[in-house]
Design a binder for this molecule. Sequence first.
Ligand code: HEC
Length: 108
Amino acid sequence: MKKISKFILAVTLGTFAFGFQANAEDFPADIKPLMQKYTCFACHKVDARLVGPAYTEVAKKKYSNAKIVELIANPKPENWPGYPPMMALKNVPKADAMKIAAWINSLK
Ligand code: HEC
């Protein structure tokens, strides 16, 4: 329970401190609708830490696209010490998750 309330607090603070819509504007036009539909943008920025790691940091892990798809459905918080755990987003269809994964891996 304690962990969960910390998590919610982090999400709320992240959201208000960084500006909800402003964050969404950072994403390229083809990815932005997915970020909004699945609320990824509430916790992730392209190149800065928010609640979760920057996607440029995720890109540095050199995961395969398939691995990223798997991690969206089954996050492994042990990969990110110092971050709250991401909830499993099993509602993201594979095809959309694959688009997001390919975009993350295109980041430098
Ligand atoms: C409520 C906040 C939140 C939302 C919403 C969220 N994430 Fe995360 N994400 C995190 C946090 C925190 C981490 C780091 C801890 C972890 O992996 O559990 C993370 C980690 C990740 C990782 C790295 C996984 C790894 O093991 O290296 C990827 C990829 C990722 N998120 C993608 C996404 C995508 C894509 C979406 C939308 C479909 C999304 N996230 C939505 C908070 C969030």
